[in-house]
Write a new protein. Structure first.
Length: 88
């Protein structure tokens, strides 16, 4: 698995708990966070997959569908609001 660095902001309380866990488990804080995120994703995998399937179902390959999804509206709502500008 390749690695990259990405800052993750957590509350001071959570940071302290991560620090304590890392200390008493003899691990680095980044290892605690990485393992926790992976466990969370695995636990919620069915919900994540459902969201992906729903998002893909809304996309039909058109710019209109992409804009509607990004705006959080249906294609019909986008059309009712004036739709997409026509390319000239």
């Amino acid at each position: 698995m390749s690695t990259s660095t990405a800052p993750i902001k957590v509350s001071a309380e959570v940071d302290q708990q991560i620090g304590h866990a890392a200390h008493f488990l003899g691990k680095h804080k980044k290892s605690i966070v990485e393992e926790a995120v992976l466990e969370y994703i695995e636990k919620h995998r069915p919900e994540i997959e459902k969201g992906v399937i729903e998002a893909l179902a809304r996309l039909d390959g058109t710019g209109e569908a992409r804009v509607a999804m990004l705006a959080g509206v249906s294609v019909e709502e986008l059309r009712a609001a004036g739709g997409m500008p026509v390319a000239e």
